[in-house]
Design a protein around this ligand. Structure first.
Ligand SMILES: [Zn+2]
Ligand SMILES: [Zn+2]
Length: 411
């Protein structure tokens, strides 16, 4: 396979494509679609990929798609973008402002989509020239904001046979040109819990003859968060916060039912896996002391996104090659949830922060704000990073496969 100077080759590709990619992003920005409704966005991406000779497969819902670049039996690396916008108004004054009332690309998924289209076109060009050492799957998932699209995509086979997966997310804490990396958990988990209790009810004059349900529920509400902090490593930041409590109708009647509901957040994968069982046990022990019957409904949201070390090292090497060593920074772990975590539960990979802030004072606009926007130079940076990461991962996959063959052959 002929050697190519990757940074120079990317420079040449971006010189001819950056404006198109910016225009593509602006079109998506002006026509945002919320989770599960990304039909136009899906069609626009599919058109662009087909024009480059790729054969996208649209998911059965009509939202979300993927396309493979390259052929053969080499390693298969996936790059993932998300398509959906948020149900908030766009309060910016720019020519590409949202034309849809109360829907806005305020999380930068339009940027992720444009970046992945750009990286896909570049990789397709390499495949045509015979300089792609494997296969790359371009995966555009729907419904990230409601943390549902990744599991739907996986259910349709989006990562079947995929060896490694990479994604990036806009991050206005970093300046454009910079990327943030982190090995281990980079986002947090968020689940829902509802505890219901029931008992025989009775007169408030005689709690000893029945089960004092409101008192028992109060004990559960106060003791559960406290007990968690004594049963789990504090570094996991497993926390339970109640948002809703209700029981009873009359001041002098002990009710038969009551419930409390809240969220369970966590920074650590192991603690996240253990949380439902532990909370069940704690609820049972408090409830039994007051003779009420508990029922726990635990609803999984999304686990922490845990970046695998080797994949993160691959991104770092790729970023150093095509962006320079000064571009790479350490990313802090965020308490926000990210649907990409589901992919990382199944296969190794890494989620990278893409700097979008224009250098200089002021102008900080956070994700999910109605005025959020990016420095569009981030699109070119993202294309470099994603394309180079995919190529580095393919090369690493090929090297691992040939080592394995050498082992098998006893060389
Ligand atoms: Zn978001
Ligand atoms: Zn997002």
């Amino acid at each position: 396979m002929p050697a190519l100077n990757l940074p120079v080759d990317l420079d040449e590709f971006l010189a001819g494509h950056t404006q198109q990619l910016i225009d593509f992003r602006r079109d998506l920005h002006a026509h945002p679609e919320i989770a599960h409704a990304e039909r136009r966005t899906t069609a626009k991406v599919a058109q662009r990929l087909m024009a480059a000779g790729l054969r996208p497969r649209i998911m059965s819902s009509g939202t979300g798609l993927w396309a493979d670049v390259g052929t053969g039996s080499g390693p298969l690396v996936a790059l993932r973008a998300d398509l959906d916008a948020l149900a908030i108004p766009d309060e910016k004054h720019v020519p590409y402002r949202s034309t849809v009332p109360n829907v806005c690309h305020a999380c930068g998924h339009d940027v992720h989509t444009a970046v992945l289209v750009g990286a896909g076109l570049y990789l397709a060009r390499r495949a045509t020239r015979g300089v792609l050492p494997g296969r790359v799957r371009l995966l555009f998932q729907p419904a990230e904001e409601v943390v549902e699209g990744a599991l739907t995509a996986m259910g349709e086979g989006a990562i079947t046979g995929v060896d490694q997966i990479f994604a990036l997310h806009c991050d206005p804490r970093f300046e454009v040109g910079q990327i943030g990396l982190r090995t281990g958990p980079i986002t947090g988990a968020c689940d829902k819990i509802k505890v219901s209790v029931s008992g025989p009810g009775g007169h408030t004059a005689r709690p000893h003859l029945t089960a004092d349900l409101v008192y028992a529920l109060g004990k559960i509400v106060t003791e559960l968060p406290a007990a968690l902090s004594r049963r789990v490593d504090p570094r996991s930041s497993l926390s339970l916060v109640w948002g809703e409590v209700s029981a009873g109708l009359a001041h002098n009647a002990i009710p038969e039912e009551g419930h409390a509901a809240g969220t369970v957040r966590c920074l650590d994968e192991q603690a996240w896996h253990g949380a439902p069982g532990l909370l069940d046990e704690l609820v049972s022990s408090v409830a039994s002391a007051y003779e009420v019957i508990p029922e726990v409904e635990y609803t999984r949201g999304v686990p922490p996104a845990v970046n695998e070390a080797v994949s993160t090292a691959i991104v770092e090497a790729a970023a150093t090659q095509v962006l320079g060593p000064e571009a790479v920074a350490q990313a802090p772990q965020s308490l926000g949830a990210e649907d990409f975590a589901w992919f990382l539960e199944s296969i190794p990979g890494s989620l990278v922060r893409l700097g979008t802030k224009t250098p200089g004072p002021g102008g900080h606009r956070d994700l999910h704000q109605a005025t959020f926007d990016v420095d569009e130079r981030a699109i070119g940076v993202g294309v470099r990073l994603m394309a180079a990461s995919a190529l580095a991962a393919l090369r690493a996959g090929n090297a691992a496969a040939s080592d394995h063959l050498a082992d098998v052959a006893g060389v």
